[in-house]
Design a protein around this ligand. Structure first.
Ligand SMILES: Cc1ncc(COP(=O)(O)O)c(C=O)c1O
Length: 270
């Protein structure tokens, strides 16, 4: 973090963290200057309505090296690590931890769903920034707190993944195995350095049909990803192997996929 003191704020979902944090400075802060919170002064890091390059957010994914996402010209740096916490970095802190750049970011957003297996979202940032969001963000103020049982589950999962490398290693192995077996079966998938393996279909109707057939014939559910989540013509299945998927299950998935691929008349990769 840029400031010495790092605080966190818990939300019911990660999706409710980003909007309050990005929207709160926009709606509550004066165009520039400083705002005083209980725990210190917070410098307004950007000029309202004049974001750098005409963009007020920079989109990137867990696969993007964190070092490439910084907006250096005075903008608030906000990193969404929802897909990365628990999975990357020596203590599961995310890609910023893996790349040793956490201290260069103003806000990091994470989820207690996905890798940590429960639900809830959080931001971490300087004490002043977190206090500001806590005081002004309607998405934080007007919502239920995390139930104690969920918080206990999150605590146990975070403690475990802070020290255990086993799950991260197993997942990397399963992802590599899946990619290798897809290549051997001639099923096209997009190369990326992420644990999310996009199997490219390129047609919305076929994408849904493959997902339906996988479920009906093989009892395997893989979600079809269609427009508007991805651009038209790039429809895909998104597969995320977990550390708990066995090698046999990966084989079973690829065999099933090869069968429905043929049944829906899709071309194999060369
Ligand atoms: C990139 C990204 N950020 C945030 C979220 C929201 O996380 P949560 O499900 O904890 O609200 C998601 C949800 O899947 C996501 O894909």
């Amino acid at each position: 973090m840029k400031n010495l003191f790092v605080f966190s704020l818990l939300f019911l979902f990660a999706i409710s963290t980003g909007y309050p944090v990005l929207a709160t400075p926009g709606s509550e802060m004066p165009p520039r200057g400083e705002i005083y919170t209980k725990v210190g002064a917070l410098k307004i890091p950007f000029i309202k309505h004049e974001p750098p390059n005409g963009n007020n957010t920079v989109k990137f994914s867990a696969a993007t090296p964190a070092a490439t996402i910084f907006v250096e010209n005075g903008a608030l740096t906000y990193l969404d690590e929802v897909h990365a916490v628990g999975l990357y970095g020596p203590r599961g802190g995310g890609v910023a931890e893996r790349d040793g750049v956490m201290h260069r970011l103003d806000v990091i957003e994470g989820t207690l769903g996905k890798a940590f297996g429960v639900m809830g979202g959080y931001i971490t940032g300087s004490a002043a920034l977190v206090d500001f969001v806590r005081s002004f963000a309607s998405g934080f103020i007007f919502t239920t707190a995390l139930p104690p049982a969920v918080a206990a589950g999150a605590l146990a999962a975070i403690r475990h993944l802070k020290t255990s490398e086993r799950e991260r290693r197993l997942q990397r192995e399963r992802v590599a195995l899946l990619r290798r077996r897809l290549d051997e079966a001639g099923i096209p998938h997009k190369a990326n350095p992420s644990h999310i393996v996009p199997v490219m279909v390129g047609d919305a109707v076929r994408c849904k049909a493959i997902s339906d057939l996988l479920l009906e014939r093989h009892a395997i559910y893989v979600q079809p990803i269609n427009y508007p989540t991805v651009p038209r013509g790039t429809e895909r299945l998104r597969i995320t192997p977990s550390p708990l998927h066995s090698e046999a299950e990966v084989e079973q998935l690829v065999r099933a996929l090869a069968e429905v691929w043929a049944a829906t008349g899709l071309r194999r990769a060369a």
